[in-house]
Ligand binder design. Structure first.
Ligand code: SAH
Ligand code: SF4
Length: 356
């Protein structure tokens, strides 16, 4: 195993390490500032630390867990970063410049789409991340490190985060919460919890646990079907937690949090795009005071699904809007780079023979 990464140490863990190493506790703040605020590229660059402490740190830690290998896109458009992990696996992180005002953000802000696992075990039938199965959880350094790396690579500040990259964040809850502590903490990245959105395919027990978390994190649900019959065709997770259980958990969420839930709804031609689904989706959204984000399906190599024509997507949105629901629809074809998370990593891993 490689050395642990400094970017994965929460302040209390770092303080405990310093104590064991016989170092004064105020060094914790200095080290965290070098890592997260000054964003140094080496432990040796932490010039206000004694040389002996830098040597001890170097013997015990790597600075970061991510090796940047590739960027696609340009500064004024969506950029996709590919990172190699210590075991040779790849993850991707996507920086979206002017995201629509979906998650409570102004539209001139930068949103980072972060991965939480290598692959995904939930096997939704339409999703590239589910295609190659599940490899492993990301640790806190690998999750929070994506934000630090994106800021380092671009020199820009990330304004908001969505956990909508590869993986199911709520299936990796312990590491996710450590990463959130690093991302929101003052000695570390200090991004407001309200600017973080966790997206889930609907893991009911974990939704309840996160509802009890003291921070006002936002929640997005990958619904993709307004009835059990439609949802179970495309999302195996549905067998375990059908819509009634899911919506009970969302009621509980609403009793604990003040931010509006977002219902994500991919539009897949002939699968979930009938107007009856729109009517029922509107009913669900109104009952739990959620907004709806409609996403025309991004085609995935090897899968037969298609997006409906633009006119149909607009008409589907209009059904929701006429029912008084806030519904957004993005029609521009960001296809290859913007969404369809998981594809760049799949290409890279298959080139290197890492996939079965
Ligand atoms: N596992 C979590 C978060 C990662 S997926 C979840 O399912 O919510 C992030 C979002 O991308 C989900 O809403 C997912 O359904 C959507 N998605 C997956 N494949 C897609 C595709 N080919 N086109 C459009 N959206 C897709
Ligand atoms: Fe996993 Fe989410 Fe993709 Fe489903 S949509 S396979 S839960 S990443």
């Amino acid at each position: 195993m490689p050395l642990p990464a400094l970017t994965g140490l929460t302040p209390d863990v770092l303080a405990a390490w310093l104590k064991d190493a016989g170092e004064p506790s105020f060094r914790a703040g200095q080290i965290l500032a070098w890592v997260w605020k000054k964003k140094v590229r080496s432990i040796d660059a932490m010039t206000n630390l004694p040389v002996a402490l830098r040597a001890k740190l170097t013997d015990s830690f790597r600075l970061t867990a991510l090796e940047h290998t590739h960027t696609r896109g340009s500064p004024d458009s969506t950029r996709k970063f590919l990172f190699r992990l210590h075991d040779g696996r790849y993850i991707e992180t996507v920086l979206i410049p002017a995201s629509p005002a979906l998650y409570g953000e102004r539209s001139d802000r930068r949103t980072l789409c972060v991965s939480s696992q290598v692959g995904c075990a939930f096997g939704c039938k339409f999703c590239a991340s589910g295609l190659a199965g599940f490899s492993r959880n990301l640790d806190a350094a690998e999750i929070a490190g994506q934000v630090l790396a994106a800021e380092q690579l671009t020199g820009e500040r990330v304004d908001s985060l969505v956990f909508m990259g590869m993986g199911e964040p709520l299936a990796n809850l312990t590491n996710l919460l450590d990463a959130i502590q690093l991302i929101t903490g003052e000695p570390t990245l200090h991004l407001g919890a309200r600017h973080l959105t966790v997206s889930t395919s609907g893991l009911v027990p974990q939704i309840r646990l996160l509802a009890d978390h003291p921070q006002q994190i936002r929640l997005a649900i990958s619904l993709h079907g307004a009835t059990d019959a439609v949802r179970q065709q495309i999302m195996p997770v549905h067998q375990k937690w059908p819509l009634a259980d899911l919506f009970n958990a969302l009621d509980f969420w609403n009793s604990k949090k003040s931010q509006q839930i977002t219902l994500e709804y991919i539009l897949i031609e002939g699968v979930n795009d009938a107007f009856e689904q729109a009517t029922l989706l509107a009913r669900h959204a109104r009952r739990i005071h959620a907004k709806v984000n409609l996403i025309p399906y991004n085609t995935v190599q090897g899968l037969e699904w298609q997006r409906p024509p633009d006119s149909h997507c607009r008409a589907f949105r209009d059904v929701l809007q006429h029912a008084g629901v806030t519904a957004t629809l993005r029609l521009e074809k960001g296809g290859d780079i913007d969404a369809a998370c998981g594809q760049l990593r799949l290409q890279q891993e298959s080139r290197e023979g890492l996939l079965p």
